[in-house]
Design a protein around this ligand. Structure first.
Ligand SMILES: *Cc1c(COP(=O)(O)O)cnc(C)c1O
Length: 856
């Protein structure tokens, strides 16, 4: 039995007969599956109702139980039976082959390593700042549910991200509680000798030794690297102290630890990994370390190793603007990159060039996203719109390629539904769709939810809203108390909000592009809306600003001051310290979730997806996921689906927001039938739950990653590395030869002649020392309207006499479009290479085509 560290102390004085019980409970309480599977809640409550209510964390409950209480539990047959049942259920969950085992039993996919700077699995393990981390957490939970063979790698932060309190002026204060690893649901990873596994990383002048912890997320293991090892210097112990704290240099070192340390950990554990999935560019160094290890094992050079391993690397970008990428100045990279370049067997300049658009430009800083793009075989954005936006952002790396061919696809994000549903929603969904509804393909769920009757749905809504009101009051009491308010004011917290009033929610990071003050555009109008005598509205607001974001803090202050006005005090509340626990309360209880990002800055957004299962409705900008989810039957939209930079546009959208609320949303909510049910509202709830909840679940997202990305990537990777990696060797030589000789490519004449229903194109090209098999000559036309581009391979015909690799290429094209829409181009070609992500060479024909008159 691998015991958590604290348990060792705890066990020293434990009477021996209690040991098996404690071990059994600890085993369940350290598996974070309890954060979404509530099967154990009754058991945890039985251990100590008060501790359970306070912490909602079984591991904390266990660590606070007295020996007397343990003895009582040990004597209770009821407790022990329930414990056995839970253990058995968990074993069954972990051992069944799951969706992946059922559907992809034959797949040659051994393992996926998922790298992320943050993981938001729950407040029991607070290693996240916001959306990126919550997404990673939800992804791991879905991978566990579907039995996808994922291993996750991250960092253990001693302080994690800051916690928020507001001072008397509504100004954000940051506090950093200490993550005491001995009380977290973690186990130290030991070597077979019983010592703590330690991963070495060479930094200038010293070797840092990283400890390794393991968190259990159902079937998935999350390994966390930790520099807080007494064998390291005081400075180095601090490398993993804060998430997104510290300066540029710490950040670079953290990314070195995550990427290079992460791959070394995989090697040390002997895991079989085909796919490295990079959740954002932070972990991009893993691709280099993977290639370095390959190089060492196979005795090849770095470039061949990269050609061999690259198809096994997948990069998910989450950034909607180029300025959002992590970049490091040349000096920093020189400081840390020199030793490493030597390990890789490349010149320092070659290493630096991998992170630049123009490798030789010494003014360019080192861009982690560029490194990822150059060393991964696939790239994807996180919504349909963001996929497109990313094609624009990465176009610099594919000079002269049309934007629509920039190799960034998309997999729209999703949320782990069982982690966000309310107990009430869980009951209804279980009744309609069964307990295992999120363990398979979720295909039949929509039909079942569509059968739910109005009264059931409307009751659900009321129960959830009442819970939110209760939680908000409790939180406000705590907040006021901590802020030093007088007793009378604290007691007023019990009168805020009304469980029967339309409840709007707005919670997210407070930063300019999210426009958290759009609702405050016309304060008087908002007050009228909220305090309407017959059709009142209430609003719950939450969110943190990055510690350095002064403007964001101003937005928070604006809200705090707005909420403090006596006229609307009972209608608006700002709840401090937005985290997963608060998010759960909000998404379960709101009727309408408002999101107002400035398009196209919201790569996906996930908070609006969390309300779907609970019957909440979205009112959101047509950006991120909502741009592909919205139809009038399932919610409301602001914006016109276009980007705007003109001043005054925010005012236009604020007007839309108020108008929708005043004219549609509020009246629809209060328009009740004879039984008191708002029929039109409930119809929307049903449509949103049925259509959107399965589609925007992490269940769908994880299946899509497996089927669209992992399986094909694993096949290519295995093919590259088979039989002494002959294919990788060949590709590397092919690539070098093309690059060396590309300047020799030039065009001759282009002749076009009309034929029945189309055109004949004939073009001459001189390839010099490039073999014709190494390239493809294509006819390309931009998409007509919304479609896809036309790209047709031309046929090689005669050689041009006297020329080295000079040829005539011909193509008969059936088309109604004018011949001037089509341009010949020459691109690299190899049946085993991914173009253009692995080779971006392209040359377009330019000049004036000769229109031949001898048409038929
Ligand atoms: C879901 C979630 C987010 C991300 O939500 P957005 O829609 O991207 O704003 C951020 N923080 C917490 C605590 C969350 O639960």
């Amino acid at each position: 039995m691998k015991m958590p560290r604290l348990m060792l102390h705890y066990l020293q004085h434990l009477p021996a007969e209690l040991l098996p019980l404690v071990e059994q409970v600890a085993d369940l309480a350290t598996d974070l599956r309890w954060t979404w599977s509530h099967a154990g809640d009754a058991l945890w409550k039985m251990m100590d109702p008060q501790l359970w209510e306070q912490s909602e964390n079984p591991f904390v409950v266990l660590q606070n139980l007295s020996h007397e209480r343990l003895e009582e539990l040990n004597r209770s047959t009821q407790f022990k039976q329930q414990l056995d049942r839970l253990t058995e259920a968990r074993n069954n969950y972990c051992e069944c082959c799951g969706w992946f085992g059922d559907v992809h039993a034959e797949a040659k996919l051994k393992g996926i390593a998922y790298f992320s700077m943050e993981f938001g699995l729950g407040e029991a393990l607070p290693l996240y700042a916001g959306g990126l981390g919550v997404l990673a957490g939800d992804y791991l939970k879905a991978a566990s549910d579907l039995a996808v063979p994922v291993t996750a790698i991250g960092l253990l932060y001693q302080e994690g991200y800051f916690r928020q309190v507001l001072d008397g002026n509504g100004w954000q204060q940051e506090i950093y509680p200490y993550n005491d690893s001995s009380t977290l649901p973690l186990r130290p990873v030991l070597t077979h000798n019983g010592t703590w596994l330690s991963i070495p990383i060479e930094l200038p002048g010293r070797t840092v030794r990283l400890h390794v912890w393991e968190a259990q997320v159902g079937r998935v293991s999350l390994y966390l690297l930790d520099s807080n090892n007494p064998l390291n210097s005081a400075l180095d112990r601090g490398i993993t102290s804060k998430l997104y704290g510290g300066g540029e240099e710490i950040r670079l070192v953290q990314e070195i630890v995550l990427g290079i340390g992460g791959w070394r950990l995989i090697e040390a554990l002997g895991l079989a990994i085909d796919i490295c999935h990079l959740n954002e560019g932070h972990a991009a160094f893993v691709t280099l370390e993977r290639a370095r290890c390959f190089r060492e094992k196979r005795q090849v050079d770095f470039w061949e190793a990269l050609w061999a391993t690259r198809p096994g690397n997948i990069f998910t970008t989450h950034t909607p603007v180029a300025a959002g990428f992590d970049t490091f100045p040349r000096e920093l990279l020189a400081k840390y990159g020199l030793i490493y370049a030597k390990d890789l067997g490349v010149a320092p300049d070659e290493l630096v060039a991998l992170g630049r658009r123009n490798g030789h430009d010494d003014n360019e800083s080192f861009n982690m996203a560029y490194l990822a793009a150059r060393t991964c075989g696939m790239m994807n954005g996180v919504s349909r719109l963001h996929g497109k936006v990313s094609q624009g952002i990465f176009q610099d790396l594919y000079p002269h390629w049309p934007e629509c061919e920039v190799p960034v696809s998309y997999v729209t994000n999703g949320v782990h539904v069982p982690s966000w549903d309310s107990p009430w929603a869980d009951e209804i969904w279980t009744h309609s769709c069964g307990k295992d509804r999120w363990l398979g393909t979720a295909e039949t769920l929509a039909a079942e939810i569509n059968k739910l009757d109005d009264a059931t749905l409307w009751t659900l809504c009321g129960q959830e809203r009442a819970d939110l009101v209760r939680h908000a009051r409790q939180r406000l009491r705590l907040q006021l108390g901590q802020g030093g308010a007088e007793t009378e004011i604290i007691n007023q917290a019990d009168r805020i909000l009304d469980p029967n009033v339309l409840t709007l929610g707005f919670a997210r990071r407070f930063t300019a592009y999210k426009r958290p003050n759009l609702l405050l555009h016309d304060v008087e109008r908002l007050i009228r809306l909220l305090s309407h005598p017959e059709r009142p509205v209430q609003l719950v607001v939450a969110g943190k600003a990055h510690p350095a974001d002064h403007e964001g803090k101003h937005f928070i202050q604006q809200w705090a001051q707005f909420a403090a006005q006596p006229v609307i005090r009972n209608h608006v509340v700002f709840l401090e310290d937005y985290d997963i626990a608060l998010a759960q309360e909000l998404v379960q209880g709101v009727d309408v979730w408002i999101n107002t990002p400035r398009r196209p800055w919201e790569a996906s957004g996930t908070s609006g997806m969390k309300i779907l299962v609970n019957g909440g409705l979205n009112l959101s900008e047509l950006d991120g996921w909502w741009a592909e989810a919205y139809t009038p039957e399932v919610g409301w939209a602001i914006g016109d689906g276009k980007e705007h930079s003109e001043p005054g546009w925010d005012g236009v959208e604020a007007e839309q927001l108020y108008h929708l609320l005043e004219e549609e949303i509020v009246p629809m909510f209060y328009d009740r039938d004879a039984r008191g049910i708002p029929r039109a509202w409930v119809a929307r709830m049903r449509a949103s739950m049925a259509r959107l909840a399965p589609q925007f679940s992490s269940n769908r997202m994880a299946r899509e990653y497996v089927e669209k990305l992992y399986l094909p990537a694993a096949m290519t990777f295995q093919q590259r590395t088979a039989q002494g990696s002959v294919v990788a060797k060949e590709l590397r030589l092919w690539d070098e030869r093309l690059r060396r000789n590309w300047h020799q490519v030039h065009w001759g004449n282009l002749t076009v002649s009309a034929e029945k229903e189309g055109w004949v194109f004939e073009v001459q090209i001189y390839l010099g020392e490039i073999l014709p098999e190494s390239v493809q000559i294509q006819l390309y036309a931009e998409p007509a309207g919304e479609g896809v581009p036309v790209c047709e391979a031309m046929q090689r015909d005669a050689s041009i006499p006297g020329a080295l690799n000079g040829y005539l290429y011909r193509s008969h094209l059936r088309t109604m479009r004018p011949h001037t829409d089509f341009t010949p181009r020459c691109v690299a070609y190899h049946a085993d290479a991914c173009i253009p992500i692995e080779n971006n060479l392209i040359q377009w024909w330019s000049g004036t085509a000769t229109l031949s008159r001898n048409s038929p």
